[in-house]
Design a protein around this ligand. Structure first.
Ligand code: SAM
Ligand code: ZN
Length: 215
């Protein structure tokens, strides 16, 4: 039977570990606020110079099999709620990081088409670094790097003049433009065929109306 003293020591160690985890996920540069982009976001509380390591994206290191399992479960939940909240980052060939833990406030950083931060992987740790000077009160953002294949599932509301309308990795924007142009051409052609069919129908209707009674 475990002694009471051992129980208290384990509890203290666990408490210490929890405090360490919360500290690692905390930052002096930013805080959580309601976002104009979506739900909650992370905002600069002070001037942040370009190149600053703003906050660590903390979480649980998991192997690929566990990652696939959690990814599928997060995706199912996301589909049900309409929020694509999947927090898994690839950190190596064998391991991923699941940031879906309450002490990871960086998980609330929204995507932007003109981001002020980027995610940097250093060994098994992920940091959010400023890629330009950030003014106090600005919302932090980075490029989620989503694949163009499912662009329609992720409309972007970053509100930047550069916004391409969808959360898609910047290096896939040329492909996104090709697909959006193809959609536009298809819609214009469908509309013009429909309007031609309508004109023909109207022409027939007119003919019926204007034909003399003797005809
Ligand atoms: C990891 S969460 C970010 C935090 C989120 N705002 C919240 O309150 O939980 C990612 C989700 O936020 C939303 N989101 C993030 N950036 C967005 C953007 N630029 N436009 C629209 N929705 C966005 C999407 O639903 C996305 O799947
Ligand atoms: Zn955008």
């Amino acid at each position: 039977m475990p002694s009471r003293k051992k129980g208290i020591t384990e509890e203290r160690l666990l408490h210490k570990k929890m405090i360490e985890l919360w500290k690692r996920g905390d930052s002096d540069y930013c805080e959580v606020r309601g976002s104009n982009i979506h739900g909650r976001g992370i905002y600069a509380t002070t001037f942040i110079p370009k190149g600053t390591r703003v906050i660590e994206y903390v979480g649980e290191i998991i192997d690929k099999r566990e990652s696939d399992r959690r990814g599928a479960s997060q995706q199912r939940k996301a589909n049900a709620t309409g929020d694509a909240a999947v927090y898994i980052f690839t950190i190596s060939k064998n391991y991923d990081l699941d940031g879906n833990v309450p002490w990871n406030i960086a998980r609330l950083i929204n995507h932007s088409c003109a981001p002020n931060c980027e995610a940097c992987i250093v060994g098994r740790r992920i940091y959010i670094d400023a890629i330009r000077d950030i003014q106090p009160g600005e919302e932090l953002s980075f490029d989620y790097g989503f694949d163009v294949d499912c662009f329609e599932d992720h409309p972007c509301r970053c509100g930047k003049p550069e916004c391409v309308g969808y959360i898609v990795s910047k290096d896939q924007w040329p492909e996104l433009r090709i697909r959006l142009d193809a959609q536009k051409t298809f819609k214009t052609k469908s509309r013009s065929s429909a309007s031609q069919a309508n004109s023909l129908k109207n022409a027939d209707d007119d003919t019926l109306i204007t034909l003399p009674a003797s005809a």
